[in-house]
Ligand binder design. Structure first.
Ligand SMILES: [Zn+2]
Length: 93
């Protein structure tokens, strides 16, 4: 899969966001990473990405983003190959 875009996450901005949302900093940072991975793999700039943005759970994709991610066949194939490698690697140990 060619690299065509990326994300920058600023620690200070993220910490400010955690304080504004009265969230645990580590959990908020994790949600931010999940959010950006959702944009990248879902190939969309739409919002909301995670349920937290709707007042729900941290680091859980919305149904809309799960559909976007599952619709990316390149990502699905890559994930299947990675699962296969893990199974082979784990079974050899
Ligand atoms: Zn976003």
């Amino acid at each position: 899969m060619p690299v065509t875009a990326g994300s920058l996450i600023y620690i200070e901005t993220n910490r400010d966001g955690a304080a504004e949302n009265a969230a645990d900093v580590a959990a908020f940072e994790q949600d931010t990473v999940v959010h950006e991975v959702g944009h990248a793999v879902g190939r969309s700039g739409d919002h909301p990405v995670t349920l937290f943005e709707e007042g729900g759970a941290l680091s859980r994709y919305t149904a809309s983003y799960l559909n976007k991610i599952r619709s990316n066949q390149q990502a699905v194939e890559l994930a299947r190959k990675q699962v296969g490698k893990c199974v082979i690697k784990c079974s050899q140990s």
